[in-house]
Design a protein around this ligand. Structure first.
Ligand code: SAH
Length: 228
């Protein structure tokens, strides 16, 4: 296992620094998110801490702290900071909560969840991204419990139930296995729809009781399945 000291030194050698300039830009980003209505101080602090520029391909580092989505590998995107903040806020993560993320992508959302003290499982279906992010996160000190190469439509039954499940791609419908894998009291945060998605929170209030609320429209890359 790589020690934290070693990974810090390694990060300097491969140009992964986080200096006062990045920190200043992050503060401004946090102010923007507050203005747009993000209220949860713990979520804002997590955004203020995670070095988003390190999750993006080098050519785009200058864009890391504007509130926009950006291309990563395999035709995917790192979600817009507002979207990450809003989904995380809706997930209501407490320290020690067991969280399943669908769509690891760059690992940025994973890192935000880890900053909140969650125990994180995350699934990615693109092998290239799965491999890249599996190597990258520990390099900068983020250790999810497990990254899984697989199909998020199935969830990850091996570790169920989860206190929260967050889907970071647009789902044409709510996959049944995700509901089945929620703990009672747990929440599923999922953008539902085809071209445009409605941010949907489904809370499991009892073994058979699910309560659904909607929180506005978003645009995500699609949650892909066997047929697409
Ligand atoms: N959370 C990511 C967002 C990445 S975009 C971040 O912070 O960067 C959505 C991701 O979902 C993409 O990486 C895409 O490959 C992945 N994805 C799409 N369909 C999936 C599926 N069925 N199972 C798991 N991951 C999926």
């Amino acid at each position: 296992m790589i020690s934290d000291d070693y990974s810090f030194i390694l990060s300097i050698f491969v140009g992964m620094k986080d200096d006062f300039k990045h920190k200043g830009l992050r503060k401004k980003l946090v102010d923007t998110l507050k203005m747009k209505g993000i209220r949860d101080e713990r979520v804002l602090e997590a955004i203020n801490t995670v070095p988003r520029h390190l999750f993006m391909d080098s050519g785009f580092v200058g864009h890391a702290y504007v509130d926009k989505a950006f291309p990563i590998a395999a035709d995917q995107t790192i979600s817009q900071p507002y979207t990450v903040a809003r989904q995380t806020e809706l997930l209501e993560v407490d320290k020690g909560d067991k969280i399943l993320e669908i769509g690891t992508g760059s690992g940025y959302q994973t890192a935000v969840l880890l900053e909140l003290g969650a125990v994180v499982y995350s699934i990615e279906r693109q092998n290239e991204l799965f491999k890249k992010t599996s190597l990258f996160l520990p390099k900068i000190g983020y250790r999810p419990k497990k990254l899984i190469f697989g199909d998020g439509y199935q969830g990850y039954a091996e570790e169920a139930p989860y206190d929260g499940i967050i889907v970071t791609a647009g789902a044409p419908f709510v996959p049944k296995p995700l509901l089945a894998q929620l703990a009672v009291g747990g929440r599923l945060v999922i953008p539902v729809g085809e071209a445009v998605q409605v941010m949907t929170v489904i809370t499991r209030e009892g073994p058979k009781k699910f309560v659904r609320k909607e929180y506005g429209e978003y645009r995500f890359v699609p949650l892909l399945g066997d047929k697409n």
